[in-house]
Each structure stands twice: as C-alpha cells, then as structure tokens.
Design a protein around this ligand. Structure first.
Ligand code: ATP
Length: 626
C-alpha cells in the first residue's frame, strides 16, 4: 500500500490516458488492484451525474437491517471521528453493498463530500461509482486506498479514501469502514486506522452473535479478552465461526475451517478445554493460552442473513451494552432517557449510540451542551427566534435546535445547567410538542425523542431549588447510570482497544501485561477522556515497535489505584476535599497558562469545556450543577 501511496500522480495520469483514451491495459502503470478495479468498472457510465440519496424511509429500513453492524461499529465510528475532525476528513460506515449508512467528521469536508454524493443513502459500490475505496475494498476483500485520479469517475479525482472491509465470523462481507478527505489528507496512517477499527468491529460482532461455546486464544494471555485475540465459535460440536486472527494462527481459510467437528480439528486438546483455561497446540507445535466460555446468547450465528434485526436482540459485548439495550427499548416508546455518570465516562458517546440504535436513527441527532452556552444564548439556541426578534439576530430568524431535532433525537448535555426560567419553557415544549420562537409567532409542531445527560444528581438539585421537580420527572423517564471507568469489568479490553486507536497500532507498539494491569488499576478520575489523552501521550513518547511496560507509564499512574471492592456506580459521589483543591488548582493554572481561553485550557487538560465553565461558575458563587 505504501508503494501505491508513492506512485507519482503523473503515472496515474498516463495510465488514465492509456486506459480511457486509448483502451489499453493500464496494469504496468498502476497498482494491480486499481487496474483490476478499472477493468471491472468499464460498464459504469463515465459521464453519469452524481446520484441523489435514497428516500429517508428506505434508508431507515436498510439501517434497520444493518442494526447489528451499526451498533457494533459505533464505538469505532466515534473514535475515528476524532481523528477525522482533526484531519479535515470524514468517517463512513457502509453496508455490504457499499450503501453509506453513517457519515461523521469534519464540518469543513462534509459539504464537499455531499457535493459528490459521498453521503448516507448513496451506494458506493464499484458497480455504481466505479473504482472507489469502499466499493473496491468490498470487491477485493482487502483494506486499500484509492487516491485522486485512481478513482474511476473524474469528478472524484480530488478525493482520497482508505477503506477496510468488515467480515462476519463466516467470512461474509458485513460492510466497510472508510476515511475520506482531500487526497493529501489520506495516507497509510488512515489505512492502518480503518483496518484496525474493522478488526474491532468484527470482534464485537462475533461475540454479539455467538451461540454455543466461544474459544478465545492468544500467545500472550494478557491479550485474551481484547480484539487482538483469536476467536472461534463452537455450536453443537462444530466450528461455526472464526475471526481473522484465528485463521492466521491456524493458517486456514474460512472454507477450510468452518463446519469442521471441533474434536477432529482441535484433537486431544478439545475435551480438556471445555469450560476452562487451557493450552492449544498450533500447527508447528507452538502452544498458546486459551479460555473456553459458554456464550450468553441464546441465538446462533449468521447474523446478516437475518432481516430486520433489532438492537434488543443484540448480545452484551461490553459493560455498557446491556444498559444500551434497555435505553433503546424505553426511548423507542417515547420515554425520555437521562444519562448519568461521572465526567468523561462517555455520556455523549452513549447517547449517540442510543440514537443510532433507536427508531429515530435515520433522523438527526442534535446535541446542545447547556453548560458551554452563556445563559443569554441558551434560549435563542434552543427555541429559535423570529426575523428581527432582537438586535444582532440573524435577518432571517433561526429555527432553533429543538426544531432541528424534528424526526430525530434531541440531546441536552448538562441539562442541570439550564436556567430555572428556561426550565419552565422547556417543560411546556415537552408537554405540548410545540415550539414558539422568541419574538412570538405561531407555535411549530415538533416530534423528537429526548435524551439528556448530567454528571450531577438531579434530585439533590431539586431539593436545593435549582431544578424543577416536574421537569426532572419529564426528562428522567428512565435513568441510565454509566459506570466510572474504574468500575468497569471490561476495562482491560477497553484500554487495549483505545491504546491501539491512540496510535499504538500505527506505531506497532505492544502494550505489555504489566502496563495493562497498572492502567486497569488506576483510579481514572477523568474516566475515558483522561484515559484517551493519557494513552495518546504514552504513544507519543514511545518509539515505533516499542514494547510499552509499566516502567514507561507516567509516575502518577502507578500510585493512585482504585479500591478493589468498589462496584456500585456513584456518579455524583462527592470528591475528597484535597482532591477538589488539587483539581481547582490545576484548572486555575491551565486557565492562566492559556490566557483564560476556556477552549484552549480544556484541550490542554484533556477535559470538557463544561468542566471549566462549572469551575468558573463555582468561583462566582453561582449554582454549579453538583
Ligand atoms: N466507549 C468509548 N470508546 C471510545 N471513546 C470513548 C468511549 N467513551 C467515551 N469515549 C471518549 O471519551 C471522551 C469523553 O466522552 P463523552 O464526551 O461521551 O463523556 P461525557 O461523560 O459526556 O463527558 P462530560 O461529562 O465531560 O460531558 C470522548 O473523547 C469520547 O470520544
């Protein structure tokens, strides 16, 4: 692939001239997979106009059919979106036909992508769009890049894309993950990211689908339970699914492995492995660690052959998945969901997953951070305003975020920060389902589902007179309490995944077992947000190919362990006073160093802006939501 990246564009231009102008074979001039793809793309009309996206209802049905894929890919989409936003790119998830189901990323690039129909509801198969990363990765069953003039259609020649196919445990295509941007923005790093993310999605999907027994194995026992482990699903004594790590370890293809009797294939090892840890002998005699588990799923594999799957049927793939199942059920009944949890525990990520898995997934997800908006702006932002409603208002007026959420999900982050006067107005909208913009005018009907988040404890705020009780009952129809990172049983797997995503995979780093253990034992007051920024600095400080050991971790990680017996989620638990003082000091120092630029200080500390706004509000002696 790197050879392909270095191909001079002049060679591509010559190949285009030979192929499109003179009908010659472009093979000597261009990468073999591009040459094969151009040949396959011959029937595509070179002058075809860009297609319109399919109707929303139809797209919604197709998303419903791919619900398992969407659910399992959501964490990777969120993770990759951060890379994409920082690099002026977009992240795309397609189904097996190349139909774009989801696209997120840079606000700069999204409109450009839309101009060339790179958007949800358009099928980017080779058949439709000629050579392109999504369609060609699906056709070649390989992760690959398509850069600039390598695209079959000339209108896509400004585009650079890296895509990786996603397989089921039976080797069927489930979809593709893609990073796209302007040609110069997409490189082998993007390719590494999508390849690794596809592996994570496959791992999660396999566990979500598995019936019978799951055999997990890896040469390094610490990696069992992470997406780098080999997986084999055994049902009724037969091997019914395996991931690509397993194929590689056994040197077999899916065709050679599937439907074999486990006992015939695993030989004398098999009976000893049932229900426990053991050793597996690989071809060549090498022995590796195994764990055999009974799957918690009643169903069987072959997910994407089922039509119209719902998330409720999806199995638990991480600590948060069961909470998601319940939340989807109630949200789909029109009950508002309140997501509670410590700062950085993933409340927004969870809410986005909830939207993606809900009946409103084809509609918009409109997020409003009530803590980051000055009080004076929250009202117009939420409810909109009429033309000329106040000085400084836009000439045409503004619909407001609530109306933008029509048909989708409105996400009110840090709901406790909404001023009391506006709480009354919000309650009225939720009850009447009509929004009246500032400056009067007719009420406009709205239809949306509501998800709110808070790190605080709403009943205490109600008691203190800072939050309306009736609004609390309205927004907290169902409360989900996300566990703090230190309380999550799946934190080893989460840390390993985020380490790879933070650049560990791109730099070929190994996270050694002692480092993983130290990271898992740390208290993580800033939860997943703190973990992500810590992993980024660990990766930045390591040299390519390093084995990262506990000795290479920042010193403060080694002395602040979570108490082992802590299990009950306590999102709103008061912090110890010295810790509060330290936090306040760190916030003040960061603000000073950044000339009181809140966004900059937040980035420097790896925390959310709202945390700093709350700190400032506390300093001013105002309600702080906690
Ligand atoms: N499951 C996850 N996988 C990958 N990244 C995650 C996950 N959960 C959270 N993150 C990352 O952690 C950071 C914090 O997540 P998020 O904003 O959802 O937390 P939050 O609880 O809403 O925070 P706050 O209370 O400060 O608003 C983000 O960078 C997010 O991408």
């Amino acid at each position: 692939m790197s050879a392909q990246a270095q191909l001079p564009s002049i060679a591509v231009a010559q190949a285009r001239e030979l192929f499109f102008g003179q009908g010659h074979d472009p093979a000597p001039w261009i990468a073999p997979h591009i040459s094969r793809s151009w040949q396959r793309s011959r029937p595509v009309d070179h002058h075809a106009v860009d297609p319109e996206p399919m109707a929303l209802a139809l797209l919604s049905e197709r998303r419903e059919q791919a619900m398992r894929l969407l659910n399992c890919a959501q964490p990777e989409l969120d993770g990759l979106a951060e890379h994409a936003v920082g690099n002026g790119c977009v992240v795309i998830l397609s189904d097996a036909s190349g139909l774009i189901l989801e696209e997120i990323g840079s606000a700069d690039f999204l409109p450009k992508a839309q101009r060339i129909a790179l958007q949800p509801g358009v099928e980017w198969s080779e058949h439709n769009r000629g050579t392109n990363a999504i369609g060609t990765a699906l056709a070649e069953r390989e992760a690959l890049m398509v850069l600039g003039g390598e695209h079959y259609l000339a209108q896509n020649s400004e585009l650079g894309c890296a895509a990786a196919p996603i397989f089921t445990g039976r080797g069927e295509l489930a979809g593709a993950l893609d990073i796209s941007g302007e040609t110069v923005r997409v490189n082998t790093h993007a390719l590494g990211l999508v390849r690794m993310a596809a592996q994570q999605v496959e791992h999660r999907m396999m566990l979500a689908e598995a019936g019978g027994h799951v055999l997990r194995f890896h040469a390094r026992p610490a990696l069992i339970g992470t997406a780098r482990e080999g997986l084999m699903v055994i049902e009724g004594g037969r091997i019914v699914a395996a991931n690509r790590v397993a194929l590689e370890l056994f040197g077999r293809s899916w065709k050679e492995l599937l439907d074999l009797e486990a006992e015939d294939f695993l030989g004398a090892n098999w009976p000893r492995m049932e229900h426990r840890r053991g050793l597996l002998t690989l071809p060549g005699g090498r022995q590796i660690a195994t764990v055999m588990e009974r799957s918690s799923n009643p169903g069987s594999v072959r997910p994407l052959q089922r039509r119209g799957m719902h998330t409720q049927g999806a199995a638990e793939t991480d600590d948060v998945q069961p909470l998601l199942h319940k939340a989807v059920r109630v949200l789909n009944e029109g009950v508002s969901v309140l997501v509670n949890g410590e700062t950085g525990s993933g409340k927004e990520v969870f809410s986005r997953r909830l939207h993606a898995a809900s009946r409103r997934s084809a509609g918009p997800f409109v997020a409003v951070d009530c803590a980051s908006l000055p009080e004076t702006l929250i009202e117009s932002e939420l409810f909109g305003y009429e033309q000329g409603a106040f000085t400084g208002a836009k000439r045409k007026g503004m619909a407001g975020r609530i109306r933008e959420a029509h048909g989708g999900v409105l996400f009110l982050d840090e709901i406790a920060e909404i001023p009391l006067a506006l709480q009354t107005r919000l309650l009225r909208v939720l009850e009447e389902r009509l929004v009246t913009p500032l400056g009067g005018g007719q009420g406009v009907p709205v239809d949306f589902d509501l998800v709110c988040a808070t790190h605080g404890h709403l009943p205490s705020l109600v008691e203190a007179g800072r939050f309306r009780a009736d609004l609390m009952y309205r927004v907290a129809g169902f409360t989900v309490t996300l566990p703090a990172l230190r309380q999550r049983d799946d934190r080893h797997a989460l840390i390993s995944r985020l380490f790879l995503e933070a650049g560990g995979a791109a730099k070929h780093l190994q996270l050694e077992a002692d480092a993983l253990e130290a990271l898992a034992a740390y208290r993580w007051p800033g939860n997943v947000r703190e973990l992500r920024s810590t992993l980024r600095s660990i990766v930045a400080l390591a040299d390519a190919g390093d084995a990262v050991t506990a000795a290479m971790l920042p010193a403060h990680l080694l002395g602040n362990h979570a108490p082992p017996a802590e299990h009950a989620p306590t999102p709103a638990a008061p912090q110890a006073a010295p810790l509060q003082a330290m936090t306040r000091h760190a916030l003040d120092e960061a603000l000073k160093a950044c000339d009181h630029d809140v966004a900059k200080a937040a980035r420097r500390l790896g925390i959310h802006r709202s945390t700093i706004y709350r700190h400032l509000a506390r300093q001013r002696g105002k309600p702080a939501g906690n």
